[in-house]
Design a protein around this ligand. Structure first.
Ligand SMILES: [Mn+2]
Length: 321
């Protein structure tokens, strides 16, 4: 897979102002890329404006430079926009307009879907995290990777690989991570901050989800649900449901794990996780979503029970293929 890093570095080097944003429901990867690239672009003496439509979830509020992130900006006409960790402007939420209005649009992403057209598309679906690609880009810019950048990039990799446990972890993922460690970043420290610093509300929310556990397809499919009342009564935020879906997949014999959550008036948000190559991205695409083969999501404009039935039927069809 040839990634046009040369075009990407040329675009950055010839820009004076750069605006960067990751996807809605920001995660360690989207934020890590936006922040590391912001630091690198500023190190080149250029202006960089980091955006994240729903701000920075609490578990990422230690990341270097995160205090600069705004949901959006009134400014338009940046020289360059860098869309991180997604293929679509629509997923940038409030940050979409300043990003769209930039003279040059660049996508830096490890999702395989086609998405919107960009002037420069740096896409590598083999990269474990977009952070792995941001590392390659910063190296090619000739900017020394500081401890701050290294912590952002390693956080991107640690979170998107589930602490190097997921199938996407490759030799190059580990090589990049080793280099980031040599620059002072520490996976144990990052894991502690991200995975061992949960809010009581998020654990109470997890308890609600686990108590809803259901199975189908000879226990090869497991799912949990979170209602609007679960969020309200535990005082949990949307970000507190991160990782809940992994519990549905964590059991012996389960091939597909799912989380259904009543999100907003758009309907039910569905997260899908699989193993052994079961393609849940294909399922998500049937409902207008997308993602990776073994980690995908979609929003279904139905009530909770109907959404569960519809997605379960699609998953069972996928398993029967
Ligand atoms: Mn990612």
């Amino acid at each position: 897979m040839r990634v046009p890093y040369r075009l990407a570095t040329d675009a950055i080097l010839s820009a004076d102002s750069v605006v960067l944003a990751g996807h809605e429901n920001a995660d360690g990867d989207s934020l890590g890329c936006v922040l590391a690239l912001t630091l690198a672009i500023r190190a080149l003496g250029k202006r960089a404006v980091p955006l994240s439509t729903d701000g920075v979830p609490e578990i990422y509020r230690w990341m270097p430079g995160q205090e600069d992130i705004r949901p959006t900006t009134d400014e338009r006409g940046f020289d360059l926009a860098i869309v991180c960790d997604t293929s679509a402007y629509a997923r940038l939420g409030a940050a979409a307009e300043p990003m769209r209005s930039a003279r040059v649009g660049m996508r830096l992403d490890h999702h395989g879907d086609l998405g919107d057209p960009f002037d420069i598309a740096c896409v590598n679906s083999k990269a474990a995290a977009t952070g792995e690609m941001a590392y390659q880009l910063i190296r090619r810019l000739g900017v020394p990777i500081t401890l701050e950048m290294a912590e952002c990039l390693l956080c991107a990799i640690v979170t998107d690989t589930g602490s190097f446990r997921f199938m996407n972890t490759s030799p190059s993922t580990l090589q990049v991570s080793a280099d980031l460690m040599r620059r002072g970043a520490c996976p144990a420290y990052i894991s502690e901050l991200v995975f061992e610093s949960r809010s009581p509300a998020s654990v109470r929310l997890l308890a609600r989800a686990l108590s809803s556990l259901q199975f189908a397809h000879e226990q090869q499919v497991a799912w949990v649900r979170l209602t609007a009342a679960d969020f309200a009564e535990t005082e949990a935020s949307d970000a507190d449901s991160e990782g809940v879906v992994n519990h549905a997949r964590s059991m012996r014999g389960v091939r597909v794990g799912m989380l259904f959550r009543e999100a907003d008036d758009r309907g039910v948000r569905v997260s899908l996780r699989s193993r052994n190559g079961v393609d849940v991205a294909a399922v998500a695409r049937q409902f207008g979503g997308g993602g990776h083969v073994m980690a995908a999501g979609c929003t279904v404009p139905m009530g909770l029970a109907d959404a569960e039935a519809a997605v379960l039927a699609a998953v069972e069809a996928q398993l029967g293929r």
